[in-house]
Design a protein around this ligand. Structure first.
Ligand code: ADE
Length: 219
């Protein structure tokens, strides 16, 4: 989100901007490490374009995705933190030709594993500042606001949270053999109240995310 980018950008040193495919990339130093910051926009295609530019144009050696997410697992609530153990794309469905739902042909997998070391470092960065769980995040081109869909993501994929970008970034990184991690803050419960809760909680959840990223970079 814009608020996340702004919060991190103000902490960047020597930042220069390059616009590619309409996405501003901020290139500079963050907490003493070279870093490139961008807001990918909403949805899987925007996220994949941004991640692929990070890889192909800037040659990054790891990608951290941050943002808000809807709660899927029971017991997770607003402002909790979910660190990705892996991503699944819940909207990929070629079951009519015999594949399991979520199976991404060509890459031939359902689950895209996040880097274990990055996940551990993200967990350390969160510290005791929030309730944090490590789990599976389900991605799709859909803002989920329906508890039947949330239940299906839980039952089919054992998902803890849902978003609209992480699975695409995970696929780009898997293809490019780049380690990736994701830290997401819960803004809503992906149920019938989600459209009301999201505008109220998203900005605060996003601020939590940018604070985590800064802490992660400091570590
Ligand atoms: N990001 C934050 N809340 C979400 C939801 N309910 N569905 C998909 N992505 C989200």
């Amino acid at each position: 989100m814009d608020v996340e980018v702004e919060a991190i950008k103000t902490e960047m040193e020597n930042a220069e901007t390059k616009i590619i495919s309409d996405i501003p990339f901020y290139i500079g130093t963050l907490r003493g490490k070279s870093a490139i910051l961008a807001r990918c926009g909403i949805g899987k295609v925007n996220a994949a374009v941004c991640a692929q530019i990070m890889v192909s144009v800037f040659g990054v050696d790891e990608i951290i995705n941050t943002g808000v997410a809807g709660a899927v697992a029971h017991g997770i609530k607003q402002n909790d933190i979910v660190i990705a153990e892996s991503f699944v794309q819940h909207d990929v469905d070629t079951s009519a030709i015999g594949d399991p739902v979520g199976f991404v042909s060509t890459v031939n997998k359902i689950y895209f594993e996040a880097d274990k070391d990055i996940a551990a470092r993200l967990k350390k960065a969160v510290g005791g500042k929030a309730h944090v769980i490590t789990g599976i995040i389900a991605t799709g081109d859909q803002f989920v606001a329906d508890k039947a869909i949330t239940a299906a993501m839980r039952e089919r994929f054992n998902a803890s949270a849902c978003d609209m970008e992480g699975g695409a970034i995970a696929q780009v990184c898997t293809l490019a053999k780049i380690p990736f991690g994701a830290v997401r803050c819960i803004s809503d419960s992906a149920d019938e109240n989600a459209s009301m809760d999201y505008p109220e909680f998203a900005a605060k959840a996003a601020a939590t995310c940018s604070a985590m990223v800064l802490e992660f970079m400091a570590e």
